[in-house]
Design a protein around this ligand. Structure first.
Ligand code: NAD
Length: 469
């Protein structure tokens, strides 16, 4: 086994998972963060994010294969490969704000004495590898002491550990054979399959016979692969949402339509779910950054602007459904199921659920929210208000509410005890932004059910006697 000493800078959703998974496949890892509280939490056995398998792997490797520190210099000095996994948020112009990356590169420059591969793990615009190289040179680091490579990350929050250890592909963008070789060694347990024959390997879709695919490209190509992948997935979501609005206007059913489209193997069923649109810390900013990259090159990638426009409009479409179902909103009590931007994560960055809740509060509604993982984070960003409260479970949220709104596609929300929900609500109205139920089932349980891209049934609301179950 070819152990590589690795430093990962940034211990967020990507850096922490990467660091622990590198340790899991046999490398020695130092994970750096400048957030002292987070580092202390990790050192004391805490887990700062909600992510399946992460607590077990942290327990297995913390203090052994992976250590946590705020000392970036010390970590860089000790390691052969330095992964940069800090945030690259959206700047005012739509371009990625690379100030965290630049700050880290300046710190790395001070510590390079022997050869290192500096690896961009963060999602960055094309040519960032070139900028990092220039900045290191400007800061006096000779070219022979380093290479810059791109190794974009494709993990999904919620299944990040599995995605990392059982990836669809590993992309390595390297301008030199030496850098490519270091990255090949790092990923060899996955690309050669030795990890999968270990008895303690996390099970998943790869195996010793079918190991992870590793694609080596130029750094520019790797940078574009990441942006283009996210832009394409966002496009698929916006496409189905646009079709869903059309479906609704002609009383067709978007779920049947998506099933019919998705059966075509050239298209596939994934990312064809109509709803509130995408959010999170990646798609919105990556679509904007990719659009900006094209603009910088004098190209008009108008399609991406349209992807964003359709996505933003979905929240409005949903809000209007709430208004149509309830007429006026001032003083109405609404149960909001879901705060995270998608299920299986506590991440609320750019969450469509929060955008809708803010709009409802502005319109004078009272919101009782519940989310299985994201409540603490949401409390930190939603304005404190006597109109906003948090419940211990979906049923407490629904108690005496005028309607239930489903805002995040948590599995728990797809398996609600419908008779109990009906009994608790003031009016049996469910407005589902994630299409978790079949309209027929909801009608059978006596609900007025409004969803996305499917005909709504307003009958219960319009005065039919309420069914007691
Ligand atoms: P994050 O905000 O969760 O984590 C970033 C971490 O970097 C934070 O803990 C922060 O304290 C730390 N940091 C910032 N400046 C630092 C410095 N100077 N020194 C040390 N630590 C520093 O971000 P994330 O979600 O992990 O995303 C990181 C990058 O990966 C972004 O470019 C993102 O686009 C990309 N990415 C994210 C995902 C995802 O699902 N979250 C998936 C693929 C790629």
């Amino acid at each position: 086994m070819n152990e590589v000493s690795i430093c990962v800078i940034g211990s967020g959703y990507v850096g922490l998972v990467a660091a622990v998974c590198f340790a899991e496949i046999g490398h020695r890892v130092i994970c750096v963060d400048n957030d002292e509280a987070k580092v202390n939490l990790l050192r004391n056995g805490g887990v700062p994010i909600y992510e399946r398998h992460l607590p077990e792997l942290l327990k297995k490797h913390s203090g052994k294969g992976v250590e946590f520190t705020t000392d970036l210099g010390g970590a860089v000095r000790e390691c052969e490969a330095v992964f940069i996994a800090v945030g690259t948020p959206q700047g005012d112009s739509g371009a990625a704000d690379l100030s965290f990356v630049e700050a880290v590169v300046s710190e790395i420059a001070r510590e390079i004495s022997g050869y290192k591969v500096i690896v961009e793990k963060s999602t960055v615009p094309v040519y960032t590898n070139e900028w990092i190289r220039r900045v290191l040179n400007r800061l006096g680091v000779p070219t022979a002491r380093f290479d810059v490579a791109s190794n974009p990350e494709f993990l999904r929050e919620g299944s990040a550990v599995e995605d990392f250890l059982h990836p669809d592909r590993i992309v390595v963008g390297a301008g030199t054979d030496r850098a490519a070789e270091v990255l090949r060694r790092i990923y060899a347990p996955l690309s050669e399959g030795t990890y999968y024959s270990r008895p303690d390997a996390l099970p998943g879709m790869c195996s010793a016979d079918k190991p992870a695919k590793l694609l080596v490209t130029s750094a520019q190509s790797a940078e574009i692969i990441k942006h283009a992948s996210n832009a394409f997935l966002a496009l698929k979501i916006s496409f189905i949402n646009a079709v869903s609005n059309l479906a609704e206007s002609v009383e067709a059913d978007i779920e049947d339509i998506a099933a019919g489209i998705g059966m075509d193997r050239r298209i596939g069923p994934r990312f064809l779910h109509a709803g509130l649109g995408y959010g999170g810390s990646c798609f919105p900013k990556d679509v904007a950054a990719f659009h900006w990259v094209a603009h910088q090159q004098g190209l008009n990638f108008q399609l991406l602007e349209e992807v964003r426009r359709i996505n933003d409009a979905q929240r409005e479409v949903f809000f209007n459904k709430v208004r149509s179902a309830l007429w006026t909103l001032r003083g109405k009590k609404l149960a909001a199921l879901g705060l995270a931007f998608k299920c299986d994560t506590d991440d609320i960055r750019e969450s469509p659920a929060l955008a809708v809740i803010r709009q409802l509060l502005d319109a004078g509604a009272q919101v009782q929210a519940y989310d299985p993982a994201a409540m603490e984070r949401a409390k930190g960003v939603l304005p404190p208000s006597d109109k906003m409260s948090y419940a211990a479970n979906p049923y407490e949220a629904a108690e005496n509410a005028d309607a239930v709104l489903i805002l995040t596609e948590w599995g728990e929300f797809a398996r609600l005890d419908l008779p109990r929900l009906n009994r608790l609500l003031k009016f049996p109205i469910v407005i589902d932004g994630r299409n978790l139920y079949r309209p027929q089932t909801m009608a059978e349980h006596g609900f007025t059910y409004v969803s996305m891209g499917r005909p709504a049934n307003y009958e219960a609301q319009l005065g039919k006697p309420r069914k007691t179950l």
